[in-house]
Ligand binder design. Structure first.
Ligand code: SR1
Ligand code: MG
Length: 418
């Protein structure tokens, strides 16, 4: 195998021009290929290659963090984890991810379906677009991938082998462990926030002992609860949409972790989109419908997640957990429902905690959200961010006292109006 070399727009046709996966989908004549580099994420190169026969996406990892540069090395093997996560997600929730055409481990590149006319959901939400299917599609994706990758469903020897395979995704877990759970709560070197408007609130949060203790408890849960194969970075920048189709992309942070992490991160990004809307108004109140829509998506995603998870519990619980012969064979079917309630209650609690820290890290840490960053007026941006910060603090510290998703949305509505 050739040593790794980053692709460029110029070298890509020659380097990949012999691949059948490319020729059959782009065209045999590489001189007719057009190549654009469109990666706007924090880590990788992403090329769109188009030609007479159609188009594909080529995603290639770099040996460092793109956002920061080569002072922060990052292993290429994340591409291997992304590839294996995508194949498992596709098997567990068919049609929810881009199709994979080719994987080259040494070059850390994946050739995959060019989704068109899809756009990144986060961009669509900033533009004020409404996507009717995302709450349902996201709820189904989370329930199916998280349930079917766990000991509730998988044969234990397969799950343990898979856990061992993904256990090596150490460096990407380390990014999350630092950037999400620790850095926002002290003056870490790479942190940044809208200053000076947020300075006093940031100081207050960094002095908040209850908040910091809970953030560390959540970090413990993230690091030690190898419950299922999580996507690991399921935010609105990892979802591509049209009005009729939803696809989850970019699972390079995949590892065996708590189910609630994906759910919390996903919902947090809808709550942040909600708090950012006022910053995108062109006329007072013209984002009211968008705000209602976003809260509706959150309710739908959570409700569909619960319903599908419960359905899978009743029909596909073939793993080692909650042994049927202990309960149902003795006629005690209620025990199974009781066990399901425990799982869903715990998941709800943990999900709120993860959602809270995700809100904090996107405003206080290194990796920010375009939802807030694209608000040009710094005072207005800080007002939106301050609301999300206070909302996040409430979720992290008081999550055990919250009883339902509507209660969380009511709280978000109250804070937003302040
Ligand atoms: C240095 S990587 C920063 C963030 O980008 C990724 O998308 C993850 O969200 C990570 O935390
Ligand atoms: Mg990503």
């Amino acid at each position: 195998t050739d040593a790794f070399k980053a692709l460029t727009v110029e070298t890509l046709p020659v380097r990949l021009g012999k691949l059948e996966a490319m020729r059959s989908r782009v065209g045999d004549d590489i001189a007719a290929w057009t190549v654009r580099e469109v990666g706007d994420g924090n880590l990788n190169l992403v090329f769109i290659v188009e030609g007479p026969a159609g188009g594909v996406v080529v995603k290639q990892a770099l040996p460092y963090v793109r956002l920061v540069g080569d002072s922060w090395p990052l292993p290429l093997k994340r591409s291997f984890f992304e590839y294996h996560a995508l194949t498992r997600q596709e098997a567990r929730d068919p049609g929810s991810t881009p199709k994979i055409f080719h994987f080259d481990e040494a070059q850390a590149l994946i050739v995959m379906e060019f989704l068109s006319p899809h756009i990144i959901l986060r961009r669509g939400l900033i533009a004020g677009n409404i996507y009717p299917k995302i709450g349902r599609d996201l709820g189904l994706f989370m329930a199916r991938t998280l349930f079917r990758g766990s000991d509730f469903h998988m044969e234990t020897k397969h799950r343990k082998a898979d856990l061992a395979l993904f256990a090596d995704n150490v460096e990407l877990c380390d990014i999350t462990e630092s950037l999400v759970f620790s850095d926002p709560y002290f003056e870490a070197k790479l942190n940044r926030h809208t200053s000076p408007q947020l300075d006093s609130l940031v100081a207050e949060l960094r002095a908040d002992r209850d908040l910091k203790v809970e953030a560390q408890r959540l970090k413990h849960l993230f690091a030690a609860n190898a419950e299922t194969l999580v996507h690991g970075d399921l935010h609105t920048g990892s979802i591509m949409v049209t009005e009729a189709d939803t696809r989850m992309i970019d699972p390079e942070f995949a590892f065996y972790g708590p189910m609630a992490f994906d759910v919390g991160m996903a919902l947090a990004n809808f709550w942040m989109a909600f708090f950012s809307q006022r910053g995108h108004e062109k006329a007072p109140g013209d984002r009211e419908r968008m705000r209602d829509y976003l809260l509706g998506v959150i309710v739908e995603a959570w409700s569909v997640f619960r319903a599908e998870f419960s359905h899978l519990w009743r029909t596909e619980r073939t793993g080692i957990l909650y042994e049927k012969s202990l309960f149902e064979h003795q006629g005690d079917r209620l025990a199974s429902e009781q066990a399901l309630d425990h799982v869903l209650h715990q998941l709800f609690d943990d999900m709120l905690g993860f959602a809270g820290v995700e809100c904090h890290r996107r405003i206080l840490g290194l990796a920010h959200n375009a939802d807030f960053e694209t608000i040009e007026d710094a005072d207005l941006r800080a007002t939106c961010e301050a609301k999300a910060l206070r909302f996040g603090r409430h979720l992290v510290v008081n999550r055990k006292a919250i009883h339902g998703i509507e209660e969380v949305n009511n709280l978000a509505g109250l804070i937003e109006k302040e």
